[in-house]
Ligand binder design. Structure first.
Ligand code: BES
Ligand code: MN
Ligand code: MN
Length: 459
């Protein structure tokens, strides 16, 4: 059962809430691009102003990078629990623009889907929390729990300044639990609680040979080709069974056990449908594991981008002077990004052909995370999701990363609940990103009920 008073608020304010969401989505807060720095700042101010109007005390904290917005409501008193809500207001670059059916920063609803960059990742989901809090404060004048909202502007570029901010503000951010909506449900109509995230270790590999590009006839065959050298290096990263062949890579990997594998196998999942979603001719990966196991509980090493030599129209006979690859490893417990960096550097140094130099630069990293899902926080989440979606939630894993989750747990000592409202195929980071309007509506209700349930459960 949904609380009628809050439900009535959402119904009565539906048009205004949508309008505000559209306004937020119109701000191109692309954290990766310096030309958007002012837009990122504008989005931070927008979030702070909107939280103030909702009844929170909001502050914009500048950092060496993009600002962190903190919104607080402490009216439940010192005896009541405190929940920290985290989300990010920055978005991924929208390119390639010509593949969008409507412009990325002009929100548009088609077939029950709201299309815009950031609609699901993560402005739309952060906004769900902002409006659920507003509903409580406007309708009832308060909440059963104290709330601190932390909205970040650097998630999509590695959250470089968040951990130090949390360290420096431990007292203000002290809390009993952390709630994050920055993930997806397992399937339409199937609410989900996330129990794991992979970590990340992201590298750039630069291979350098001759001082300039050379005539491939005059020099080819006598000078080591950096593009070929890079290809050789990359070819050593996996063995025939799809295992990562960097020595020591799997040493810290924890076995998830038969129970986890059985639970994963019990989820309604279809390889054919997953393949169709990707448009790939076939699926592939590490031998001995199912698709979901490969994505959730096994680590990877993948090329994200390659650059070398002549790539324009027609043929140009040239031997490139350099070659570059962006390579990322997704990590699982208990792999550590720093350790993976050491292993990657040692490996590249070892396999690099003579006659070129190869350097490995670590660009960013984050630790993997896995939760034990019991206790009152998860009970509250189960009830809230069941009330809003008319179905109890499933427990799922995730192949993506939210590096700050581990930081919150470590620094604040509070359990983290990940409850997201995206859907498979939502095109996060890709053209035509969307959020389901039904999920948005139900997500609002679920989060509003969650705060009530947290009060009841004392978390
Ligand atoms: N919201 C995502 C994380 C995520 C991805 C959750 C897929 C659930 C499903 C987050 O914004 C993200 O994109 N994270 C990056 C981290 C990186 C930029 C450090 C990622 O996973 O690539
Ligand atoms: Mn996100
Ligand atoms: Mn993202």
């Amino acid at each position: 059962m949904l609380p009628p008073d809050l439900d009535a608020f959402f119904v009565a304010n539906d048009a205004r809430i949508r309008g505000e969401l559209f306004d937020l989505l119109r701000i191109p807060s692309v954290s990766a691009r310096s030309e958007h720095t002012a837009d990122v700042a504008r989005a931070a101010q927008w979030v702070a102003d909107n939280m103030s109007t909702a009844g929170l005390r909001a502050t914009v904290h500048p950092t060496a990078g993009h600002p962190i917005v903190v919104g607080e409501w402490r009216g439940a008193g010192a005896g009541a629990p405190t929940v920290l809500v985290y989300g990010h207001y920055d978005v991924q670059p929208p390119e390639p623009l010509d593949l969008w059916d409507s412009p990325p920063f002009e929100p548009a609803i088609r077939d029950g889907r709201l299309f815009a960059r950031g609609s699901v990742d993560d402005k739309g989901q952060l906004f769900i929390h902002m409006k659920a809090l507003e509903a409580h404060l406007k309708v009832r004048g308060g909440l059963p729990v104290n709330v601190v909202v932390v909205a970040e502007g650097e998630e999509e570029v590695g959250s470089d300044h968040l951990a130090e901010f949390v360290e420096a503000h431990q007292r203000e951010l002290a809390c009993d639990s952390v709630v994050i909506s920055d993930s997806s449900m397992f399937a339409p109509g199937l609410p989900s609680i996330l129990s794991s995230l992979r970590g990340l270790a992201y590298f750039q590999i630069d291979v350098t040979g001759p001082a300039t590009d050379l005539h491939s006839g005059s020099y080819g065959g006598a000078v080591v080709n950096p593009a070929m050298a890079l290809a050789r290096i990359l070819a050593t990263m996996h063995d025939r069974d799809g295992r990562v062949a960097i020595p020591g890579f799997y040493d810290p990997v924890r076995d998830w056990g038969d129970r986890a594998r059985r639970e994963i196998a019990a989820l309604p999942f279809d390889d054919g449908q997953f393949r169709a979603e990707t448009g790939a001719p076939a699926l592939g990966g590490e031998k001995g594991y199912s698709t979901l196991e490969r994505v959730w509980m096994r680590p990877t090493c993948e090329v994200n981008g390659l650059l070398s030599g002549y790539t324009g129209e027609g043929a140009k006979t040239v031997l490139p002077s350099k070659a570059m690859a962006k390579v990322s490893c997704r990590l699982v417990p208990d792999q550590d990004p720093r350790q993976i960096e050491r292993l990657m550097k040692a490996h590249v140094e070892r396999v690099k052909p003579d006659g070129v130099t190869a350097t490995v630069t670590a660009l960013h990293g984050g630790r993997p995370w896995r939760a034990e899902l019991d206790g009152p926080l998860y009970e509250a989440a189960r009830r809230a999701l069941a009330a809003a979606f008319d179905k109890p939630p499933v427990i799922t894993g995730e192949g993506g990363s939210i590096p700050v989750v581990g930081d919150f747990e470590r620094i604040l000592g509070a359990p983290v609940l990940l409850m997201g409202f995206g859907l498979p195929g939502e095109n996060a980071h890709a053209p035509n990103e969307w959020i389901s309007m039904d999920n948005f509506t139900r997500g609002l209700r679920a989060v509003a009920v969650l705060y009530d349930e947290m009060g009841k459960q004392g978390v």
